[in-house]
Design a protein around this ligand. Structure first.
Ligand code: ADP
Ligand code: MG
Length: 361
C-alpha cells in the first residue's frame, strides 16, 4: 500500500513544503535536527492541521484540503511509536498491550495478540511493569502496543534515539520484521544514516523544511551526490545472499554472483541481507590488484565522479554486485584517470563490512 504525503505548512518562522509518494514498506524521513521531521509526522498524525495538505494511504484519504476531508487523529488508524516508550507505569506489559487493542475499538483477539507477542519476543515480559524493563524492552512493548491498535500506518519518530548502541542493535531487527512481515506502511523518522541503511525501503531526505531527495534506499545511498551527513557517512548498500560460513570465522555472501567475505555473522544460509560498504573503506585501482590482503575485489565501471568542496571526491562504481561508492582524493582521481566510463577495481577491506552495518533485508 503506497503512502502519499503532501504538506505545506507555516509554523511561526518555520516553513514546511514536502510532497512525496512512496511504495509499500518502510519510508525513512531523514534529516538533521530542526529539518521539520516531527512537524511533518504531526501533520500526518492529524495533530496539526496544515492549510494545504493531502495525505492518503493507498486510496484511503485522511486529509485533502481541496475537498475539505480531515480525519481527526483517532480516526486515522495510526500506530505511534515515540522516542521514549510512554507506557502506563501502573499497568503490566500485558495490560499496556491490550490497551492498544482497546484503543482500536476491538475486543482482544487472542490470535493477533499471540502473534505480536511472539514476533516481538514479549512472552517472558507480560507480567512485568514498565519500571522493571530495560529501555530496549520498553520500546518492544511500545511497538507491540502500536501494532495491536490494528493500524493502517505506523509512525515512529526517532524510536531508537534514546537507546544506547547495544539496545539499538537489539531493536533494529524488530523494525526489520515489521517492514518485512507487516503489510502496512511505516513512516520512520531518524537522523542516523546507519538506520537508513539498515531499515529504509524508501528515503525522504529533508533539509530546512524542504525535500532534498526522495527515492528507493539503494538508489539514494548509492548516489555520490547524497552527502547530507558528511562524507564520512557516505556508503552504498548491497543486497547479498548468505552463501557459506567458513571454518576460519569468515562468512561468505553472494552478491549477484560476486563473492563477498565478512567476519562471521549468525544469519542463516540462503537469507538475503543488506550490507553497507562505507565509501571511505573502498580503494580504487585501474589495474587488477595482485598480492593484496583484501579479500573483496569488485570489478566495475565508473559511472559518476562527484568532487566535493575539499580535496576529496566520491566515485560511484557500477559493479555486478550493485553500486559501490569510494572516497578518494581529487589528486588520485586525476592521477589514475578515474573518469566516467573508466573500468576499475573496487577493493573493500574484509573487516570494513561492520556487523552493525549488516542486516536482514
Ligand atoms: P525535527 O523533528 O526534524 O528535529 P521539527 O519538526 O521538530 O524538526 O522542527 C522544525 C522547525 O520548526 C524547527 O526550527 C523548530 O524550532 C520549529 N518548530 C517546531 N514546532 C514549533 C512550534 N510549535 N512553534 C514554533 N516553532 C516550531
Ligand atoms: Mg523531531
Amino acid at each position: 500500500m503506497s503512502l502519499f504525503v503532501s504538506v505545506k505548512q507555516e509554523v511561526e518562522a518555520f516553513s514546511l513544503d514536502v510532497s512525496f509518494e512512496t511504495p509499500e514498506g518502510l519510508t525513512v524521513l531523514f534529516g538533521a535536527s530542526g529539518s521539520g521531521k516531527t512537524t511533518l509526522v504531526n501533520a500526518v498524525a492529524g495533530l496539526s492541521r496544515p492549510d494545504t495538505a493531502r495525505i492518503a494511504i493507498g486510496d484511503w484519504v485522511l486529509q485533502d484540503s481541496k475537498t475539505g476531508v480531515w480525519l481527526p487523529p483517532h480516526k486515522r488508524r495510526l500506530g505511534y511509536v515515540f522516542q521514549e516508550g510512554r507506557l502506563f507505569p501502573h499497568m503490566t506489559v500485558r495490560q499496556n498491550l491490550l490497551y492498544g487493542q482497546w484503543f482500536a475499538g476491538k475486543r482482544a483477539q487472542g490470535k493477533e495478540f499471540d502473534r505480536v507477542v511472539g514476533m516481538l519476543g514479549l512472552g517472558p515480559l507480560l507480567k512485568r511493569r514498565p519500571a522493571l524493563l530495560s529501555g530496549g524492552e520498553k520500546q518492544r512493548v511500545a511497538i507491540g502496543r502500536a501494532l495491536l491498535a490494528a493500524p493502517r500506518l505506523i509512525l515512529a519518530d526517532e524510536p531508537l534515539a534514546a537507546l544506547d548502541d547495544a539496545r539499538k542493535a537489539e531493536i533494529i531487527p524488530y523494525f526489520e520484521r515489521l517492514r518485512d512481515e507487516v503489510k502496512i506502511p511505516i513512516l520512520y523518522v531518524t537522523h542516523s544514516i546507519a538506520e537508513v541503511a539498515r531499515l529504509a525501503t524508501s528515503v525522504v531526505a529533508l533539509k530546512g523544511g524542504r525535500m532534498v531527495r526522495v527515492g528507493p534506499a539503494g538508489e539514494v545511498l548509492g548516489d555520490p551526490g547524497f552527502t547530507p551527513a558528511g562524507v564520512r557517512a557516505v556508503g552504498a548498500v548491497l543486497d547479498a545472499r548468505v552463501a557459506r560460513h567458513h571454518d576460519d570465522g569468515l562468512s561468505e555472501l553472494d552478491a549477484a554472483g560476486t563473492p563477498l567475505f565478512l567476519p562471521g555473522i549468525s544469519e542463516e544460509l540462503g537469507k538475503v541481507i543488506r550490507v553497507r560498504i562505507a565509501a571511505h573503506d573502498v580503494i580504487l585501482s585501474r589495474e587488477e590488484p595482485k598480492g593484496l590482503s583484501a579479500l573483496n575485489i569488485l570489478k566495475g565501471t565508473i559511472d559518476a565522479v562527484r568532487a566535493g568542496d575539499g580535496p576529496g571526491a566520491i566515485v560511484s562504481v557500477k559493479t555486478p554486485a550493485g553500486p559501490v561508492l569510494a572516497r578518494v582524493t581529487r589528486r588520485s582521481a586525476d592521477a589514475l584517470g578515474l573518469v566516467e566510463g573508466a573500468r576499475c577495481y573496487a577493493i573493500v577491506k574484509t573487516v570494513s563490512i561492520a556487523p552493525q552495518d549488516v542486516g536482514g533485508r
